[in-house]
Ligand binder design. Sequence first.
Ligand SMILES: *Cc1c(COP(=O)(O)O)cnc(C)c1O
Length: 394
Amino acid sequence: MHRGKKYFETSVIHDGYDTKDMLGSLTPPIFQTSTYTFKTAEQGEARFAGEEEGYVYSRLGNPTVSALQKRIAALENGERGLAFGSGMAAISAVLIALTKANDHILCSSGLYGCTFGLLTMMKEKYNITHDFSEMATKEEIKSLIKPETACIYVETPINPTMKLIDLQMVAEVAKAFDIPVVVDNTFSSPYLQRPLELGCDVVVHSATKYIGGHGDVVAGLVVGKKTFLDSVAMTTQKDVGGIISPFDAWLLIRGMKTLPIRMDRHCDNAEKIVEKLKAHPKVANVYYPNDENNPDYPIRKKQMKRGSGVISFEIQGEKEDAQKLLNQLNFLKIAVSLGDAETLIQHPATMTHAVVPEVSRLEMGISDRLIRLSVGLEAWQDIWADLEQALNNL
Ligand SMILES: *Cc1c(COP(=O)(O)O)cnc(C)c1O
């Protein structure tokens, strides 16, 4: 389902759901049902044979979930969307669908911690190997592609270092080798970046973050070509079973309506906080996609509408100082996750990336003095006041 001529701000409220189909109900009803009744035995037979359209069982389809899936497909400008019970359920469903034993995955050098854990498990159990790449040039990517490379998996901005990868460039190389490119678009949301429009093949989301936006649901989404997503729906979604609940799908539909408005505020606030952090003597480095001094700034301008709401920064000091900074905050919350109304702060080396071995972690640029901030929707002056007093006390 393509967005056609509608603006994003309209699609996010209307696409994928027609009130006429649901007795005029303005918002999609929550179909809290596990199964669906057939009028006759023959109708049951026809539904199972795929000869008649209609719902069968909620692991295979649910009207509330369908509305969400159609909406995210429209927002990412893809043919079909699928919803899952978590971002990791979505990512694992895609990676397992794309690979078989002894295949190879080429990844961006920097991955969400549990995605790294999943790849490690796939290597140990099925000898599906992986390599990391900076993906800075076409030559570098080409040199790492093997005959058994089954997919290229990219995170951009990379969590938590905020490095960017040129998605159009990666897609061009991959096309030549006929290898699908999967992009984790969690940090940008479709409002800021749409990988399918840049030539990539599959988009995955932790909808727990910006798409849900309110810190009240864990969920995942996938968008891509209909043929591929049909196969995921019938295999790693149906048979592995990491589906979303109708209520959680409803929460996402509700949260998404304000996505453009929230994202603009996240970006406005983050820009202010970056400015302040850069001027503070206790701050050594600030990493943010929309910073003109960031070497990846030209890529930001090319593929992201704005810089999003996550900032990482290194303080002057050691691990103990990083922890002290967090402990001295008054109202900013120490928590992993991101994209919520509340500003969240965490220490990647001991939290989100604690599972990554130290050598790999340092290679990824995650030092003990790195802090990640998900800038919320509060007044930026209050966010800064709390950060500033904690920094001043170091
Ligand atoms: C949170 C996150 C995930 C995992 O999503 P869950 O919803 O927690 O399963 C994957 N990728 C990125 C970039 C994330 O931030």
